[in-house]
Design a protein around this ligand. Structure first.
Ligand code: SF4
Length: 520
């Protein structure tokens, strides 16, 4: 007997979607689709604020987007580095796997919380209940000052309303933030999303009444809060430069502890060392604190920064000059002792690229291009103007394609950049250095920064001959269509342009068919 089960087209009632908004979407779904889903799910306000804080060119195509790792890593990292803070992710398992892997790769010694979901819990609102339950379970004031809960792409696109969580459970602050890849362009800016949210919370607490003093007590001098993750010695060096002006280095934002947020707000001046912390700066401005851009890098940068900080903190000019007279000759001597010789292109996504670029130029490097994934802000304007006056092309929101084009054009002796840039450089026998691991992990400020880059850079430039030798030895083996290791007895793959053309034609045909079907 024929037992065929009939397949009947089940049409959804008109106006009712059988798909779950945001479900099945990810990095691959395309920003526009997710953005539209998120807006339809009640996230318009937060996304409009992100569009203002972290602007992209409205005409930007997919290749104009900076290509950095999953942006949420920035927020996750800020949460994981704070004492007495639990960080919980709400997102697709694949995203959470990647994020936890990366955070532990970068040395997080803490657990990452995760509230899993499936299509049903997402569409019925059960996910929000699960998050609420998880937050209540974790909120033990003996262990935590704060719990951070981060909505990744799919829960944001689906409108999971973290803003409805209680602000405080048993005295533990609850900070819910949306950090979707389609709303926050880089992981650098995602650090600001969390730092800004925490500063806002802390500022409201200050307005409401007395708050905890810093662990080491309040400074007896007016302080300068420093914005941006930097090499641990840098705030110490900045503190030494500020001391003769009657000032002290305050906390570094993102802070490492909740009570440091109050001390950060309690400053005389804010140094926006990393210039992309727009939401954090908004909180300092609301607290009436003056903001100074750029940083004390190299001779000219230190000179201008000390002057600007001194002016903002009402330090008498004679005292500012006294500090300059001690620091500037020491910096000049340091730069002259360790010169950098060679042409360089530089790119990265940390937000400190322009500062490193200034130091390279003052060290004597022939720098032609600096690309940063971060946006243009007023706080990096002095650096941009200084670099352009020294003949360097500055590219904000740089894409990988722009970074690579600069390298091809300038044929540098050294390419400093992100992983794909360094990989491409090495293929061309150009020495390359990773910005994040090898350059931004060094002191940059004041006298300690002068000459700190020369050793690693000159050593890398000196390795050029090794690349040439390797290239001569390997020739074109294992490149292009013959990539891989092949035994000539069994045949080396042949290039088949006609097969490629046919495959391309078939794929285009399929894409057209899919599009036509979608329109029906
Ligand atoms: S959360 Fe990150 S990894 Fe996941 S879809 Fe969004 S951008 Fe991609």
């Amino acid at each position: 007997m024929n037992k065929t089960i009939p397949i009947v087209n089940a049409k959804a009632p008109s106006g009712v979607s059988t798909a779950i908004e945001g479900d099945g979407m990810g990095c691959h779904a395309g920003g526009e689709k997710m953005l539209a889903a998120a807006k339809a799910s009640g996230k318009s306000e937060v996304l409009a604020q992100y569009a203002k804080d972290y602007p992209l060119d409205p005409k930007a195509g997919p290749h104009d987007q900076p290509q950095s790792m999953c942006p949420a890593f920035g927020s996750l990292r800020v949460g994981l580095r704070m004492r007495r803070t639990a960080t919980i992710l709400s997102g697709s398992a694949c995203c959470v796997y990647g994020l936890t892997f990366t955070s532990h790769f970068y040395g997080a010694k803490r657990s990452v919380g995760y509230v899993p979901f499936n299509s049903e819990s997402l569409v019925t609102g059960k996910l929000f209940e699960d998050i609420r339950e998880a937050v209540y379970k974790e909120a033990d004031p003996a262990n935590y000052d704060a719990i951070v809960i981060i909505n990744l792409c799919v829960p944001t696109a689906s409108g999971v309303p973290l803003q409805l969580l209680p602000k405080d459970i048993n005295g533990v602050r609850i900070i819910g933030i949306d950090v979707p890849g389609f709303g926050v362009p880089t992981h650098a800016e995602a650090k600001d999303v969390l730092a800004g949210a925490m500063l806002k919370f802390a500022r409201e607490e200050v307005l409401a009444g007395p708050v905890q003093a810093p662990r080491t007590g309040r400074s007896d001098k007016p302080t300068v809060t420093l914005i941006g993750e930097m090499f641990p010695a840098d705030p110490v060096i900045i503190g030494r430069m500020l001391e003769p002006m009657g000032l002290a280095a305050g906390p570094v934002v993102p802070t490492r502890e909740w009570r440091e947020l109050y001390a950060a707000l309690d400053c005389a001046v804010v140094g926006a060392i990393h210039p992309f912390y727009t939401a954090s700066i908004r909180e300092f401005e609301a607290a009436g604190r003056p903001i100074v851009g750029s940083a004390p890098v190299g001779h000219d940068g230190t000179e201008a920064w000390l002057q600007a900080i001194g002016n903002a903190a009402n330090v008498p000019q004679a005292q500012i000059d006294m500090v300059k007279n001690i620091m500037l000759p020491a910096i000049k001597a340091g730069l002259a002792r360790m010169p950098i010789k060679g042409r360089i292109t530089l790119s990265g996504y940390e937000g400190s690229e322009l500062l490193v670029a200034r130091l390279l130029v003052e060290s004597g490097a022939d720098l032609r291009y600096v690309g940063t994934a971060c946006p243009r802000t007023v706080w990096s304007e002095p650096d941009c103007q200084w670099l352009e006056a020294h003949g360097v092309h500055v590219q904000y929101r740089a894409s990988l394609e722009q970074d690579l084009a600069a390298m091809h054009e300038w044929q540098p002796d050294l390419a400093i950049g992100t992983t794909p840039v360094v990989q491409a450089a090495k293929e061309l026998s150009i020495p390359g250095l990773y910005f994040t691991n090898l350059i931004s992990a060094r002191p940059l400020m004041g006298p300690a920064g002068a000459g700190s880059l020369a050793q690693v850079i000159n050593a890398a430039i000196g390795n050029k001959s090794r690349f040439d030798e390797m290239k001569a030895f390997f020739g074109n083996a294992g490149t292009g269509h013959a990539t891989g290791v092949w035994d000539s007895a069994q045949g080396i793959p042949q290039d088949r342009p006609e097969f490629k053309a046919e495959t391309r034609r078939l794929l285009e045909k399929q894409a057209k068919k899919r599009k036509a079907e979608a329109m029906i």
